[in-house]
Design a protein around this ligand. Structure first.
Ligand SMILES: Cc1cc2nc3c(=O)[nH]c(=O)nc-3n(C[C@H](O)[C@H](O)[C@H](O)COP(=O)(O)OP(=O)(O)OC[C@H]3O[C@@H](n4cnc5c(N)ncnc54)[C@H](O)[C@@H]3O)c2cc1C
Length: 384
């Protein structure tokens, strides 16, 4: 049942966290206003893994079917060495059968489209880069780069890892560089015919491939680097082919099917866990609160979990600043665990020393299936 609520909620950031939060507020009877820095809401980005915990969160928000329709089931995930020999194999279908929900992959643009379609009545202003805020007696004034401002009763900060508002609320919370850099692209999978997701852990870094719906393939590569390395920044497909020349032949085939202008490059960064997400009538969500490295494929999943927990708390009613505090109480431990665990996995996966690689691969190969399943089950135990 929808009740109406006239408190004025501003959401800064129209990414996955901001849009999922807008859906949560709408469902709970509020009409938030979203402010997005980009000039248009054009689809950007590559592929995403949406693990079962995110699908469960979408279910809570009432949009599981819409998401699943645009996604593709992730049936297995293999980690291999550069000679194409399996290090670990995860039967995702078996785990999800026990859990009751599948894991999916999706194009980020498709996910955005679905989220946007759920909130036609929400006002979304583009070209509105939030640069600061001022706390007033009973409200918060949001300041934009174009000189305009907006008076809100409550402010939801969902503007990603570089959030200026977070850095003002939590001084010293600048993003930290993980030590490796990443290229991504989405290509046509018709000729490649890659049906299973995998990641190669080799001496030159990692290379992974993930089939998406509509005969598309998402691939990514990560290489140890210094921050903002100009040489890597200018890498072309030809450079990547040379770099990964020793990797299984399929790697070259995938790279050959990628035009240079489809390459997305960025350093891998995260946020050292912070101890607060709720600050009176201001709440941090998604990457603005708990950005993680992509090693567990959980950043966006946690943003959606945020929205599901927020919805749960909104339904309980009460003053929103108390809702935000309850949200924080439920979310800190799990989001901290994911950020820390993901950073650890990244360090292990990016090893390039031949001896370390040998020991690591042997250790991972000897891991009993039950240990891996236990880890996945922990991942799927959501905060709602
Ligand atoms: C290589 C890579 C692979 C990944 N793979 C996965 C995966 O498989 N699964 C997964 O779950 N996650 C994955 N992630 C993480 C995921 O992309 C993020 O966690 C997710 O995008 C966070 O969503 P968000 O809305 O919090 O932030 P963002 O996606 O950063 O969105 C923030 C939004 O706010 C806008 N904005 C920025 N600044 C301002 C401002 N000042 N004012 C107003 N608006 C602003 C931006 O334009 C953007 O629209 C991956 C990340 C990377 C880098």
């Amino acid at each position: 049942m929808k009740k109406s609520n006239n408190r004025n909620v501003a959401i800064v950031g129209g990414g996955i966290a901001g849009l999922a939060a807008a859906i949560a507020f709408r469902k709970a009877g509020y009409t938030p206003v979203v402010f997005e820095a980009a000039e248009t809401m054009k689809p950007v980005g590559a592929g995403l893994g949406l693990a079962a915990n995110a699908i469960k969160a979408f279910d809570k928000l009432g949009i599981k079917n819409e998401i699943v329709e645009r996604g593709r089931i992730l049936s297995s995930f293999t980690i291999k060495d550069e000679k194409d020999k399996t290090i670990t194999y995860t039967d995702s279908l078996k785990i999800s059968r026990e859990y009751g929900i599948d894991n999916f992959t999706i194009h980020r643009a498709a996910l955005h489209e679905v989220l946007l379609a759920q909130i036609p009545e929400v006002k979304l202003y583009t070209g509105k880069k939030c640069v600061d805020y001022v706390i007033k007696e009973n409200n918060v004034q949001v300041l934009f780069k174009d000189g305009s401002s907006f008076d809100a009763d409550y402010l939801i900060v969902a503007d990603g890892i570089h959030s200026a508002v977070r850095q003002k609320l939590v001084p010293g919370s600048a993003p930290r560089f993980a030590g490796y850099t990443c290229w991504r692209a989405v290509v046509d999978n018709t000729a490649l015919k890659i049906n299973n997701s995998y990641e190669i852990w080799g001496s030159q870094g990692r290379f992974g491939a993930v089939p998406l719906a509509d005969n598309q393939l998402y691939w990514f590569a990560t290489v140890n680097s210094t921050a903002n390395n100009t040489s890597f920044k200018n890498f072309t497909i030809a450079d990547l082919k040379t770099w990964f020349a020793k990797y299984p032949q399929e790697t070259a085939a995938i790279l050959n099917s990628t035009p240079d202008d489809a390459l997305i490059w960025n350093d891998i960064i995260d946020l050292k866990p912070i101890s607060k997400y709720a600050f009176g009538n201001v709440l941090l969500l998604g990457d603005a609160a708990h950005a993680t490295t992509p090693n567990m494929g959980q950043g966006a999943c946690q943003a959606v979990e945020d929205a599901a927990v927020l919805y749960d708390e909104l339904l309980k009613g009460g003053e929103l600043s108390n809702v935000f505090l309850s949200f924080e109480k439920r979310r800190l431990k799990r989001t901290h665990f994911i950020t820390n665990q993901s950073a650890r996995i990244g360090k292990i996966a990016q090893a390039t020393n031949p001896f370390m690689i040998k020991v690591r691969n042997a250790l991972f190969r000897s891991l009993p299936a039950s240990t891996k399943e236990k880890q996945f089950k922990k991942l799927y135990q959501t905060d709602f």
